[in-house]
Design a protein around this ligand. Sequence first.
Ligand SMILES: Cc1cc2nc3c(=O)[nH]c(=O)nc-3n(C[C@H](O)[C@H](O)[C@H](O)COP(=O)(O)OP(=O)(O)OC[C@H]3O[C@@H](n4cnc5c(N)ncnc54)[C@H](O)[C@@H]3O)c2cc1C
Length: 464
Amino acid sequence: MSPQTTPNKHALVLGASMAGLLAARVLSEHFDQVTLLERDEVWDEPQSRKGQPQTRHLHGILASGLQTLNQYYPGLADELAEHGAMVGDMAETMHWFSYGGFRLRFRMGLPAATMSRPLLEYVVRRRTLARPNITLQDNTAVRGVVTTGDRTRVIGVEVEERGGSAARKTLHADLVVDATGRGSRTPQWLTQLGYEAPPESEVKIDVGYATRLYRRDPQDPNGGDWILSTPEAPKESRFGGIFPIEGERWILSVGGWAGDHAPTDEEGFNAFVRSLPNPDIQRIVSSAEPLSEIVAHKFPASLRRHYEKLKRFPQGYLVMGDAISSFNPTYGQGMSSAILQAAELDQILARRLSPEQLAPTFFKAAARVVDIPWQLCVGEDFRFPQTSGPKPAGIDLINRYVAAVHRATRFDPEVGRAFLKVMNLLEPPTSLMKPGMMWRVWRVNRRHPAKDQPATALPAASAL
Ligand SMILES: Cc1cc2nc3c(=O)[nH]c(=O)nc-3n(C[C@H](O)[C@H](O)[C@H](O)COP(=O)(O)OP(=O)(O)OC[C@H]3O[C@@H](n4cnc5c(N)ncnc54)[C@H](O)[C@@H]3O)c2cc1C
């Protein structure tokens, strides 16, 4: 150890959801002991908790996220499948209706997974806590950070334990990682300590989800399909996705942008489902037995906190996951972004940087991870005139081209492949702008002008 580095004895991770679990997993390679602090009670079973209400809604894990999870937890995809998750090639399994028809399906070897979010988290949590130097302390709410007298270094946190005495306790650590999600209090804690809060980018979209579970017939030959409907914005604003999950169930989430939300009463919800252009969703819902009430979730805005822009930041402290950036969920990127940030943290810790260098280096790397999903989701969201916030330069022109990409994915597997790689955070959006790809997209659109395209399903890959 060089004289500038701090002892890596104990790390504290605040929040034991996806970002916190992955942070703990990577920190366990670099610290003697890692403690996860979670405000909720955590059961050893797949269950949504109060602190993560979004986990009751449709969740899939993108190929990039699943790939990295498999690196940190070898065999995880198989383990998920054993629990009933659907692990499959998204290019082949997804029946995705968009821009007036179904995107072409083909084999790509790009495994992604659908399951309930609580199941994914349960499997990841079990694997994380199986590591001998990680412990989880639940029922423990973090109320603030503790610093050295000169406030240059975080040395621990103040906690309140549910069911314990009302008095706050101090827990000490060499590194504290805030993974408490979008509601993170770090901006306020920083200002209380005399630092600036990070500048924020907020893009208002007013997206709403409504979700219901249904029984899935194990004999249904299409019971393994992932069925999705996304709008041709701005003339359409509704989405719907029905994915197979463990326990022979379907999970259906429907909703829309700009306040076009689905009602949660039976009749209104069913009418909303019928209004979606993908007929397969309605086909399943009309015959499947509902297994749950209809629950709603509002998502007013994508939010990014630019920690990478701060000139001063206390040592011994980091922030990650939704606490840095929370994206419009309809693109399914949030967990993969958190997982990829954790992988960056792993590499940075391996460099044994000085305490002054750690936070700025990590925040720059995390910003690079976040840039891509942020560009993708914010870019698409600005198709709606109601979207407001910092609008990327030239986005209207880019969106006109990307609309042509969307259309071309209905006819050309090469375009479909390139699009899915970007969407799965495996390639940057610029890969769609290469001259060869632009030429291809133009040619396909010329052959199939938008007005002539039929809204019917195209044959599956196996038939091609
Ligand atoms: C409707 C919806 C659908 C989504 N679908 C997808 C999808 O398909 N794919 C995808 O990848 N992402 C999806 N996302 C995004 C995904 O859910 C988040 O990106 C992900 O949960 C972020 O994880 P996190 O650990 O950063 O934060 P969170 O999951 O928000 O977890 C924060 C944790 O911190 C705890 N906590 C909070 N405050 C304290 C405190 N003071 N002390 C101790 N603990 C505390 C909370 O209890 C919680 O456990 C969706 C989001 C929504 C809203």
